[in-house]
Design a binder for this molecule. Structure first.
Ligand code: GDP
Length: 195
């Protein structure tokens, strides 16, 4: 079986951080079924025919430039967390990102608990670094089957010292804000390092 690492995406994954900081690697984490692929595909413009040419999609990575606050930023979004059961891949994910999006589904309490575990795992892997993380409660459109309240999500983000947003990939609600938010978080840290 061909593994993801042996195809052309290898060069993207193993390339170091761009020294001028213009290319950011963003990793999606979260339990199966929470909506990681849906969010990544919206980012990549795959769902949106008019935009399709803008995105370069290699397997489960989506490469796209977006304008945030009048300045261009290039993001490579990796939807590879569940690609493979290998511990190696998951360890690699924890090490390689410039920023992380931890997704749970507001209709699934277990996925919410898993999100906390992922946050802890990430903190352990990147102890000394202040990495941008956004906690995402997806499927906010499924009002009747909600198991996690907005307040619970927000409180969790406070405890874990990260940003929080609720999204609906189904309605494309807040998805743009999510990716713009990640760029702002990356820039904030970059700017404070330069001071
Ligand atoms: P992944 O396993 O985390 O990559 O999740 P997917 O993106 O494959 O989504 C799992 C299922 O949830 C699919 O059937 C999606 O259509 C559905 N889904 C994803 N996001 C939403 C959402 O915001 N609202 C609703 N109602 N369904 C969603």
């Amino acid at each position: 079986r061909q593994s993801w690492a042996s195809d052309s995406s290898d060069s993207v994954i193993s390339s170091g951080s761009d020294s001028d900081g213009s290319l950011y690697k963003v990793i999606l984490l979260g339990e199966h079924g929470v909506g990681k692929t849906s969010l990544a595909r919206i980012f990549g413009g795959v769902e949106d025919c008019a935009d399709a040419e803008e995105a370069v999609s290699v397997g489960n990575t989506y490469d796209r430039s977006i304008i945030v606050d009048g300045e261009e930023a290039s993001l490579v979004v990796f939807d590879i967390w569940e690609q493979d059961d290998s511990q190696w891949l998951q360890n690699h994910c924890m090490k390689m990102g410039d920023a992380y999006i931890i997704v749970y589904s507001v209709t699934d309490k277990v996925s919410f608990e898993k999100a906390s575990e992922l946050r802890i795992q990430l903190r352990r892997a990147r102890q000394t670094e202040d990495i941008p993380i956004i906690l995402v409660g997806n499927k906010s459109d499924l009002v009747r089957s909600r198991e996690v309240s907005v307040d619970e999500g927000r409180a969790c983000a406070v405890v874990f010292d990260c940003k929080f947003i609720e999204t609906s990939a189904a309605l494309h609600h807040n998805v743009k804000d999510l990716f713009e938010g990640i760029v702002r978080q990356i820039r904030l840290r970059k700017d404070s390092k330069e001071d």
